[in-house]
Design a protein around this ligand. Structure first.
Ligand code: FMN
Length: 195
């Protein structure tokens, strides 16, 4: 798939088929992530690939926090037509995805290096999402589960010198979520040309 097509087709998928994802496809999306650009070429990312009952444990934690932070929601414009109940259902199972990938980076005492690490790992995350789209797989960049970071760290045995950057389910989408309209599709406000 052409890169522009992958960019346009990527959606935050919150409902997955339980069908397994081939190991070579998981490897392919991680390889795409590993080819991301990085500050000073430090390649400061690591990936935790979660399958099986640990996803249920992660979901239990995310369901608890999402019940809290969605209290004021009816329908969230951020989440298209998803109701609060549907969102909590998604949270509780990570949408039923058979795989969850957690992107980590190194912590750093220097604010500049910490920022570069987070940005580099985010570049890796975006590569991962686009590669997954190209393979017909769904993803959803998630940071909400970090509201219960302590539990997440315990479940996945993440050491204190690693920072959790983002999490995504990975699996075959059940249905295609609709596009989220662009705030400035003609790029009239978001771009300033300096000539
Ligand atoms: C930094 C970041 C954090 C996000 N955290 C969550 C999250 O915790 N839960 C979730 O369901 N979606 C999360 N999303 C997905 C966004 O809600 C989604 O990308 C946005 O609504 C636009 O939809 P689209 O990806 O289909 O274009 C996150 C996205 C980003 C970039």
């Amino acid at each position: 798939m052409d890169i522009f097509e992958a960019i346009r087709q990527r959606r935050a998928v919150r409902q997955y088929s339980p069908a397994p994802v081939k190991k070579e496809d998981i490897h392919a999306v991680l390889d795409a992530a590993n080819w991301a650009t990085s500050g000073m070429n430090r390649q400061p990312w690591e990936f935790v690939v979660v399958t099986g009952k640990k996803i249920g444990e992660m979901g239990e934690s995310y369901r608890r926090v999402s019940e809290e932070y969605t209290k004021s929601w009816n329908l969230s414009p951020m989440r298209g037509s998803l109701s609060r109940e549907e969102f909590i259902r998604f949270a509780g199972t990570y949408g039923g995805a058979p795989v969850v990938i957690v992107v980590l980076t190194s912590t750093d005492d220097s604010p500049d290096l910490r920022k570069a690490n987070l940005e580099s790992a985010s570049a890796a995350m975006e590569n991962l999402l686009l590669a997954a789209t190209a393979l017909g797989l769904g993803t959803c960049w998630m940071t909400g589960p970090l509201r219960d970071e302590k539990t997440l760290r315990t479940i996945l045995a993440i050491p204190p010198d690693k920072e959790i950057v983002a999490i995504t389910p990975l699996g075959y989408p059940l249905g295609t979520p609709k596009d989220q309209p662009r705030l400035d599709p003609a790029l009239e406000q978001k771009v300033r040309w300096v000539e």
